[in-house]
Design a protein around this ligand. Sequence first.
Ligand SMILES: [Zn+2]
Length: 412
Amino acid sequence: MKALLIIGDGMADRPSKEFGGKTPLETADKPAMNHMANMGICGIMDPIAPGIQPGSDTATLALLGYNAFKVYSGRGALEALGSGMNVSDGDVGFRCNFATVNENLKVLDRRAGRIDDAEASKLAESLKKVELSSSSMEFTFKNTVQHRAALVLHGSKLSSAVSSSDPGVDGEKVSVIKPLDDSPEAKFTANILNELTQKFYEVLKKHPVNVERVKRGLPPANIVLFRGAGTIPKLKPLNEAYGIKASCIAAVPLIRGVCKVAGMQLLDVKGATGTLQTDYMAKAKAAVQALKMGDLALLHVKAPDVASHDGNFKQKIEVIEKIDHMLAYILNKIDLSETYVALTSDHTTSCTTRSHEGDPVPVAIMGPYVRRDDVEEFGERTCAKGGLLRIRGKDLMHILMNLIGRAKKFGF
Ligand SMILES: [Zn+2]
């Protein structure tokens, strides 16, 4: 038996007054999702715990069966790992932004005009040559998408207990990074980051790419802001926990990082971008293929969360309908006599508040021996009447592993 877990990032929502008191899932035309609900067992799920607003990182850890309260150790290392960087035990990873500052280090644009990938790559290349005053450690820096980048500090005397240099809003000065505890490691790490901030600025402010940008009337990417310090969480990978071969189809570095620490194989899918324009069918085909090769595949689609953060209810409906087409293709192509398919969301993202909320999400599981219930439609309220009742995110993987015969007996 095999299992496929499909996660629509931020797909669950709150009812909208503007749209007749319905959610995007309740409004969308989604025959495949409804088929799953109809043929399967449904429920609602608190990704972390009731009322807790999950990040995509903590929620995905939970959906893979881990206790996020215990294992989560910050976002930066996961993002760096998911971007293809090496992060070892003891290393500290950071999320970074190329930004624009004036000569007083006041932030004018936290995204440096969303600089394009080609220009960001040239800047990142120059930053690799920066030398640190301490010889006991090294760093790696990589631009990812547009203004985004990741930094990893490699060494043995580092700490993730440091503040961020990102003031979070335009118009304020770059923050001095401070240690968040009294350890010498935190002090050392903060000093290194402040040194990097200064040295990166010296390189970037006179870089030819930025000189050109200013000539074209564009904001120069003349500083790098560091935030989200994190280390690699210590987890028992899924292959060890359940003896399965698992793979992940996701474009977003953060999700790829989580899946990597969980021991999943990361599949590269051409056209999968983690944006609204992602190639849904390419992802569907990759999922069908992944199920032939292993026991568990995770298929993650970022687009519903993107539409929600933009507050775009109509666009979210369109995205859900595209996911439905993708699901229909998958259900057609896989062997349903030996596959369990679970469909859910990693958290609720409200189009009204434009942020992650602590409301539960719907979940449906279809497969050969599920106890089919009376739910006929996939949605936040319909699924609440299903046979799974209300579960927590970390229960889902146990439920799937039980269904595919990979759970281990507890007790004699
Ligand atoms: Zn998410």
